[in-house]
Design a binder for this molecule. Structure first.
Ligand code: SF4
Length: 373
């Protein structure tokens, strides 16, 4: 239950955007902010790509993007779409035929910039294919590949140039009476991205796909994305996000979710609240949290778990969580259920015991949810 009515300092007022569909996933309007990732296998290796899509979906990805660089990839895309549990976005650069093939292959969305695919006739053909196959479009402006005339006009990639580029692509789609599109204005620089996104958010009511492009490795890219995307989301900007990391797509999904969870915009799985540990810890907090993170990956029900090393903060944190464990003395600690001290448990059995308690609580919450529907 949201308690934002009594805690107004937690409110985020989302920018009002039109809603479009990417397959069966709504983007924009009051739809939940969708989490995306992208495969990094060869698209022609259908088995490997499908396995990666499935792993990403299992981790919570609502949508997965796949590169379509050549005709063989368009053919593979058809099989990938058939096997995928989530809508597939086809990533197209420059080549209009790939766009048409991807729409025909069942892609739910094309990531394509209509201004970069050739003459008007070609643009119309791609738009027609998208329309005929219920395929939406994502315009993907990138600071690193801005059009020459804009670079000449502005001298370097800047927020104004990125917004202008986006609006030029939008105009082409609108002139063709195509409105099922969303837009991104990505840069690897957090300041440039944030300013460009604010500009485009004011200039259009299209849903916005957020991302900091080429953000970096797992740790540095996570931090950059959390700052860039986090600030924009906090301002209410963003309808779908992709965290770009030089890491496994599953990590991108996990980081995307954590950013949304931190802002209370999406809830999924166990939110573990744990202390950093210190000399007062009654058990090995770091090892325990590592073990629990792994053992609780299968839980999708939104719930909270506090794992706190000692009584300094343990009982207080446990008050606000579904399940809690606080280290005590003599090789055991206190288990809290629904905020109340429940029973003692020995440190050497507590990981198994907490997993059991969390699974039980998740089943209870699921049953309550089902009954309410
Ligand atoms: S809760 Fe206790 S063990 Fe954890 S960091 Fe604070 S004082 Fe240390």
């Amino acid at each position: 239950m949201s308690l934002n009515h009594v805690r107004p300092w937690r409110n985020i007022y989302r920018r009002k955007s039109r809603q479009i569909m990417v397959g069966d996933v709504p983007i924009g309007g009051d739809a939940p902010i969708a989490v995306q990732t992208m495969t990094n296998t060869l698209t022609t290796d259908v088995a490997a790509t499908v396995a990666q899509v499935q792993a990403a979906a299992e981790a919570g990805a609502d949508i997965v993007r796949v590169s379509v660089p050549d005709e063989a990839s368009s053919k593979a895309l058809k099989e990938i779409v058939r096997e995928s549990p989530v809508p597939i976005v086809a990533d197209i650069h420059f080549h209009y035929r790939r766009g048409i093939e991807a729409a025909e292959a069942g892609a739910a969305c094309l990531r394509i910039n209509p201004g970069n695919i050739g003459d008007e006739k070609r643009v119309k053909e791609v738009i027609k294919a998208a329309r005929d196959h219920n395929c939406s479009i994502r315009i993907g402006v990138n600071a690193g590949s801005l059009e020459k005339h804009l670079l000449e006009k502005y001298g370097e990639p800047c927020p104004e140039a990125m917004v202008e580029s986006g609006l030029e692509h939008i105009r082409i789609l609108q002139d063709n009476d195509f409105h099922e599109f969303k837009i991104s204005v990505k840069a690897s620089d957090v300041f440039l991205s944030a300013a460009a996104y604010q500009g485009i958010a004011e200039a259009t009511d299209a849903p916005i796909h957020l991302g900091i492009t080429e953000a970096g490795g797992l740790v540095s890219g996570t931090i950059k994305s959390a700052i860039g995307l986090g600030n924009l989301l906090w301002m209410g900007i963003g309808d779908t996000i992709r965290v770009s990391l030089s890491a496994d797509p599953v990590e991108e999904v996990k980081v995307g979710y954590e950013i949304l969870k931190s802002l209370g915009l999406r809830h999924r799985g166990v939110n573990i609240i744990s202390c950093p540990s210190c000399a007062r810890q009654g058990f090995d907090v770091i090892k325990t949290v590592e073990a629990l993170e792994q053992r609780l990956e299968h839980i999708k029900t939104p719930m909270s778990l506090s794992i706190i090393g000692c009584v300094v903060n343990g009982p207080g944190e446990a008050l606000m969580t579904d399940v809690g464990f606080t280290g005590g003395g003599a090789g055991s600690g206190m288990v809290y259920l629904a905020g109340k001290a429940s029973h003692k448990m020995s440190n050497d059995q507590m990981v198994d015991h907490i997993v059991e308690q969390v699974e039980k609580k998740a089943a209870e919450l699921d049953a309550t949810q089902e009954a309410a529907e």
